[in-house]
Unconditional design. Structure first.
Length: 355
């Protein structure tokens, strides 16, 4: 029996989470698991109910679970709030609280979606890369951070800071992941300008010696963002710090046709790990039935694999998604080549049927 914290959040969060829930219930029946779902509030939904984006009760609920499935947070209703009260604090708070320092974001192009990619078919090839993003350090969490006014001059500041240990532990995750893939790590930094990047490069090079079967190369982040568009097939594992990873992972996501396709897991040294679609809450389409549930469903598949060691069930879910796409089912974000454009719940039903 596994306990799963179910934090749907805002916008399309609850809609895509409902489909991932259906998928997990099907897995229960077909593969003989027992999942116990514990729903909690996070983001704008929690602000409305408790006045804070990440209530203590939600943190407690997650502490008591084996894994966390997270939808998406945010929306125009809460945009004017101060930084401590913004919905995004929910996800940042969970990452920090549970020490989830490594964020794995696989970007895989499903062959039937080649036409949905904004990149020409001859360039996109068969894209299959994994971004390993450092998640609890860098500009996001570095101190001092703030805003002040002296003599009528307003200044604001964030601090980019990394310790050797923070770099080491995420580097190990990237090299281990590469060992199960094409055995190549591209470490992305800005070592021509930033001191943190020079330390990053030095530490990554040292860790690489422990993985002689993995080939390491370095790339500046500006070049990497260009290479992702001109020759994305060159990448296997991209290892990078928090802010660079945030930017490059959206770019990689859309190469696959839609950001609605990309799952993720955030790992630490102990459970619970957190699983979430890479996309946001998409308030503009919330409630219209147009959200793509695949990223959230694939996040549930990652949970089966990484938290419960259930690779067979995980593969069954992934294959069901592949089959739905092969047979022409599309949500409106990936319409190209569609046999049949379906709603969020219909896509969930099709995938459930194929498991
Ligand atoms: C992501 C998101 C978050 C981030 C936001 C919602 C705080 O963009 O997971 O990529 O910047 O990490
Ligand atoms: Mg992001």
């Amino acid at each position: 029996m596994y306990k799963i914290a179910f934090l749907a959040g805002d916008g399309i969060g609850p809609e895509v989470m409902a489909e991932a829930g259906k998928v997990l219930k099907t897995v229960e029946k077909k593969f003989g698991f027992k999942f116990d779902f514990h729903e909690g509030l996070a983001g704008g939904a929690a602000i409305d109910a408790y006045g804070v984006p990440l209530p203590e009760s939600t943190v407690k609920l997650c502490e008591d679970c084996d894994a966390i499935l997270f939808g998406a947070v945010g929306g125009p209703k809460w945009d004017a709030l101060s930084s401590q009260l913004r919905p995004e604090k929910a996800i940042l708070g969970l990452r920090k609280h549970f020490g989830l320092y490594a964020n794995l974001r696989p970007a895989v192009l499903f062959p039937p979606l080649v036409g949905a990619s904004p990149i020409k078919q001859e360039i996109i090839g068969n894209l299959d890369l994994l971004i390993v993003r450092e998640l609890t350090g860098g500009l996001y969490f570095g101190t001092p951070k703030g805003r002040e006014e002296t003599g009528g001059v307003v200044r604001a500041f964030d601090t980019m800071v990394y310790t050797e240990e923070e770099i080491k532990r995420v580097a190990h995750i990237a090299f281990k992941a590469a060992q199960n893939r094409k055995k190549r790590v591209t470490s992305v930094d800005k070592a021509n300008v930033l001191a943190t990047s020079r330390l990053w490069r030095e530490v990554v090079e040292r860790i690489a010696k422990e993985y002689p079967d993995v080939e390491l190369s370095h790339m500046y982040v500006d070049n990497c963002s260009m290479q992702l568009v001109v020759n994305p097939g060159q990448f296997d594992v991209i290892l990078t710090e928090n802010t660079f990873g945030d930017i490059l992972s959206d770019e990689s996501a859309v190469l696959t046709g839609s950001i609605g396709m990309l799952p993720s897991v955030s790992l630490g040294d102990k459970k619970p790990y957190l699983y979430e679609p890479t996309h946001g809450s998409a308030p503009d389409i919330a409630g219209t039935g147009r959200a793509n549930p695949i990223a959230c469903i694939l996040s549930a598949a990652m949970m089966l694999e990484y938290s419960f060691g259930a690779s067979e069930a995980s593969n069954a879910v992934k294959q069901a998604v592949t089959r739905a796409l092969d047979e022409g089912y599309r949500t409106s974000d990936i319409k190209t080549g569609a046999g049949k454009v379906v709603s969020t719940t219909e896509m969930g039903d099709v995938i459930v049927n194929f498991i």
